[in-house]
Design a protein. Structure first.
Length: 397
């Protein structure tokens, strides 16, 4: 098999829960040696989160895949000394403590960089390392509200909706991975020093709001909640089919909108002044959705998809996990990976993305038991077996 593109990069993942560990997971998927540091006894709280089978956290199996877990008490002097030795050979350190915590532990960036000037330190928090709210507890739910994202979600006459997944955390993990790789490129290609990356959950979501920030700045206009519609094109919605499932479609260009009209057997709508261009369609979106919804409601999902494909119009079933697992396109692209696991046998989860043609990432193993690699990692750092046993007896590891 081809080598992995991040082989040789050593990452110390001190973080818990979702956002920062997700960043480490992306790096691990492409070959970085990620050492997952957990507090002895307690471990990462996500090990006890919901979504379990046979008492095993499925979330842990996913988010900790390809990582080598060790236990280390950073409040113990010897535990801190072990971490600083590991820092000497690391490229990246990831943490998500509340601002000031690492400094109080004697492990602030100044100390870390004194031991390794090339270290990239990623700090993930809800509100960032600076500003009047930096000390507030930060969670993805709060970021989804604070960022201006949640207020856009839902129906106009209903309360704002929060996403039913850890959206802010997952997106921040991806943004943070980009930041880490950028910092490593600067260090290794341009001869720069290590640096600190300050990633705030709310800023990751704020960054994907597109033109809405500038729209308010220039025009003092604010997008309202639109349900499944969108403010800049029509049609765009979900529609119920004859058997009670849903499909989604978008007429994001004039040519696609015209193909949709052909697909629903209403080509005369091209000439209707209410629907002749995007501006008119947005202004008459209720009438437009009624026409499209009526046709789709008289056909099954398979019939709708076949007809739209025949007309080269854009449509997709609204999938759930049952239909995703039966979908031939997911299967053909390997979007779901099967992983052998000593606890669960075979477990299936999302495969590595994106697809690299020459050096694709891969899942080498799912999340491992707490402290499984402690002896191995410490031995690599120069500790002999007797010293490791003493550190374990003292509670440092």
């Amino acid at each position: 098999m081809p080598g992995l593109p991040l082989e040789g990069v050593r990452v110390l993942d001190l973080a818990t829960l979702i956002a920062a560990p997700t960043c480490a997971r992306y790096l691990a998927d492409f070959g970085a040696d990620v050492v997952k540091v957990e507090r002895p006894g307690a471990g990462d709280p996500i090990r006890a989160f919901e979504f379990q089978t046979d008492g095993v956290s499925l979330w842990w199996k996913n988010i900790a895949r390809n990582k080598r877990p060790i236990t280390l008490d950073l409040k113990h002097p010897d535990g801190k000394a072990v971490l600083l030795r590991l820092v000497e050979s690391a490229d990246v350190l990831i943490e998500n403590f509340r601002p000031g915590t690492m400094e109080r532990l004697g492990l602030g960036p100044d100390v870390l960089h004194a031991h390794n000037a090339g270290l990239v330190v990623l700090r993930v928090t809800g509100y960032g390392q600076s500003g009047p709210y930096s000390s507030r507890p930060g969670f993805g739910t709060l970021a989804e509200a604070y960022s201006g994202y949640a207020v856009l979600c839902g129906e106009a006459d209903r309360p704002p909706l929060l996403p039913p997944i850890a959206l802010a955390d997952e997106l921040t993990g991806l943004v943070s991975a980009f930041g880490v790789l950028t910092a490593l490129y600067h260090r290794d290609v341009h001869g720069g020093a290590g640096q600190v990356i300050d990633a705030a959950l709310y800023e990751s979501l704020f960054g994907i709001l597109g033109p809405l920030v500038s729209l308010w700045d220039r025009n003092h206009e604010m997008q309202e909640r639109l349900g499944s519609r969108i403010g800049f094109t029509a049609p765009r919605n979900t529609y119920r089919t004859a058997e009670g499932h849903y499909v989604a479609l978008a007429g994001s260009s004039q040519s696609i909108a015209e193909r949709i009209f052909r697909a629903i057997e209403r080509p005369e709508l091209f000439e209707d002044p209410r629907f002749c261009d995007n501006v008119a369609r947005i202004a008459h979106v209720d009438e437009l959705d009624a026409v499209i919804g009526d046709w789709i409601g008289r056909h099954t999902v398979d019939e709708v998809v076949a007809r739209f494909e025949e007309c080269e119009a854009a449509v997709s079933p609204v999938h759930d996990m049952e239909t995703i697992f039966a979908d031939p396109h997911y299967e053909a692209r390997g979007t779901i990976a099967a992983v052998d696991d000593p606890d669960l046998g075979e477990i299936r989860m999302q495969a590595v993305v994106p697809h690299l043609s020459e050096t694709p990432g891969r899942i080498r193993f799912a999340g491992r038991a707490q402290g499984e690699c402690t002896d191995e990692v410490l031995a690599e750092a120069g500790y002999d077996a007797a010293t490791i046993e003493r550190l374990r007896g003292d509670g440092a590891v």
